[in-house]
Design a binder for this molecule. Structure first.
Ligand code: SF4
Length: 588
């Protein structure tokens, strides 16, 4: 007897605090103090907790937004600003609206948001939460007209909202569509220890970038004591330039749910969550339909495939615009209906995760790979890639190339090969793994995508020879300052100071001393921040200073002031008294 699709999986206004708040935001275009008080009562929470959640997530507003609420992606690939045009400025001018404010008649508001994962579609926006892709000057003029005419979105050209997969290169994962239930049947045919062994022997490592051994994570969780165990799929890819999970969720969701179910079987979980980034809310109905079918096929619910001992439910929770929720402990906080502030670790989620219980958090690609491994076996997977990086990696390629899109390679492919395949003939550098990753200069294009050399969550941003790397760095610095959750001072203040420093350089007001300060500040933010966001926020700066110092230097001003004494020598006594003679104790 097939299971019923649980009602709480479809009732998005009731089950979860984020969904309830989203419903209010949709209805009233903002969340008022009265609404917060009402929700606090319904959820039996302090009003302050509900208020902190509303305050934390960027898709919740305490003042009304417009009936048409437009958010331009400000990513370097799907952003609104080119050398020729600033589409945000254009629409604001045409609609007589100030950026960041609703127009007086309440009709429209225009703002910007971090990367919305449409980098292979050119300039893009969210309008009332729905992605509208391929923006250009003509389309902006048409949008202005439709807003002025008060046309509902359902009457707008349907092709504007069509998000393509743009898969240009397939390897083992993208080549094959898993037959629903086929991997699960294989896994359930043996005991759960056997399936765990297969995952362990495959060498599968987390595809989010950090590369922790997936089998070990499953084993630690399985062995951890708790009242319940949980599987969480991190579908919150927010790294600017990353969009391959969007494609996987669109076309490989069965394999994802299969991987989650196999993980549940191994660790003894009865409940799983997909944490879907708010920017991908448009995929929700599609994912729910697949879940529904899987319940009907006895691939989810109670007594899966007739195994009376094995029951598992999957629920989808949709985020509300917070990059930091891609960090696994922040994601768990968000799942629990709180602001997504990263937890202090240890303890790690494998022992103390969702509701303090043992939890596996894996990303979309990892869980899909697990489903394929369960079907084909560990040797099949191990035969591909490099020694420490088995299997394949799916890349989101965008920026200055002829064919942006999704490319899958076995691990070990060179940066140059990817550039050849995507038609990037004139690249000066590639940002691998998003702003938090590594900037690879032309001289290093022989380096390889792998955990041994260049690990990546999947973002592959190409910068052509014409690209102004200073503006790229400025964009990244702004991104981190905006996305810092504010919990710890080195990151909260440091990222803002770095953003200001880049503005100073761009304005032509910076000196050599500012560059030194940027280096010191970058080292401080990297070392003393609480979580991965802060640890990696300055990577792009340090890489650029190392390989492209001229980009900074040509904007520096030479101060006319030349000291008449040797200031560094004058500090010698002070250095002797403090017994410091390291580089930081010198002025030069
Ligand atoms: Fe928040 Fe940044 Fe600190 Fe991470 S490093 S906890 S994002 S303030």
């Amino acid at each position: 007897m097939p299971s019923q699709y649980p009602q709480n999986c479809v009732d998005f206004n009731a089950g979860h605090l984020l969904h309830r708040l989203y419903g209010l935001q949709q209805t009233y275009l903002h969340i008022s103090p009265e609404s917060m008080a009402q929700v606090a009562k319904e959820f039996q929470l302090p009003v302050s907790q509900v208020a902190s959640v509303v305050d934390f997530y960027s898709f919740f507003y305490q003042k009304p937004v417009g009936q048409y609420h437009i958010l331009f992606s400000n990513c370097t690939s799907c952003g609104y600003q080119t050398d020729q045009h600033n589409l945000l400025e254009m629409i604001c001018r045409l609609l007589t609206v100030m950026p960041g404010k609703a127009r007086a008649d309440g009709r429209v508001s225009v703002g910007e948001t971090s990367c919305i994962g449409m980098c292979d579609h050119g300039a893009s926006m969210l309008i009332n939460g729905v992605p509208l892709v391929g923006l250009n000057v003509e389309k902006i003029a048409q949008i202005t007209h439709l807003v002025s005419e008060h046309q509902p979105l359902s009457c707008w050209p349907v092709e504007w909202f069509q998000v393509e997969n743009n898969i240009h290169k397939r390897d083992v994962l993208l080549n094959e569509q898993i037959q629903p239930g086929s991997s699960l049947k294989k896994a359930l045919a043996g005991d759960s220890q056997l399936t765990l062994d297969v995952i362990l022997h495959s060498g599968l490592r987390g595809r989010g970038g950090a590369g922790f051994d997936a089998g070990k994570k499953w084993r630690f969780c399985r062995e951890a004591e708790g009242e319940a165990h949980y599987v969480v799929c991190n579908a919150d890819e927010g790294e600017p330039g990353t969009f391959k999970d969007r494609v996987l969720l669109q076309s490989y969701a069965d394999a994802l749910f299969e991987g989650m179910t196999i993980c549940a079987y191994v660790i003894g979980a009865r409940k799983g969550f997909v944490y879907l980034r708010g920017e991908y809310r448009y995929l929700l109905n599609h994912l729910q339909n697949i879940l529904k079918r899987r319940y009907e096929q006895s691939l989810l619910g109670t007594s899966i495939l007739g195994q009376t001992e094995f029951s598992f439910d999957i629920e989808i929770v949709v985020g509300a615009g917070a990059y930091i929720c891609g960090e696994e402990s922040a994601l768990i906080e968000s799942l629990e209906g709180k602001p997504g502030i990263p937890r202090i670790r240890p303890p790690f989620p494998v022992t103390h995760g969702y509701l303090g219980q043992p939890t596996v958090v894996n990303n979309v690609e990892t869980l899909i790979a697990a489903a394929y491994i369960a079907y084909h076996g560990s040797d099949w997977f191990k035969a591909m890639g490099t020694e420490q990086s088995t299997g394949s990696k799916i890349l989101s390629v965008s920026g200055d190339c002829r064919t942006p899109g999704v490319y899958e390679y076995t691990h070990g492919v060179s940066v140059q090969q990817v550039l050849n395949d995507c038609g990037a003939n004139n690249a000066q550098a590639v940002q691998i793994g998003g702003p938090a990753g590594a900037l690879v200069a032309k001289k290093d294009f022989a380096r390889q995508i792998s955990f041994e050399d260049l690990p990546t969550g999947g973002s592959f941003l190409v910068f052509g020879a014409h690209r102004n790397l200073l503006s790229v760095n400025q964009n990244f610095a702004r991104f981190f300052a905006h996305e810092s959750c504010g919990f710890c001072t080195p990151c909260r203040v440091g990222t803002r100071l770095l953003e200001n420093s880049f503005q100073k350089i761009a304005d032509g007001r910076a000196t050599r001393r500012d560059i030194q300060e940027i280096k010191q500040l970058s080292a401080l933010v990297k070392r003393y921040s609480h979580c991965g966001l802060g640890h990696t926020a300055a990577n792009h700066i340090l890489d650029s200073l190392q390989d492209f110092p001229e980009v900074f230097e040509e904007k520096l001003v030479q101060t006319p002031f030349t000291p008449s004494i040797n200031l560094d020598a004058a500090l010698e006594d002070a250095r002797q008294i403090t017994r410091r003679d390291d580089a930081d104790a010198h002025l030069e």
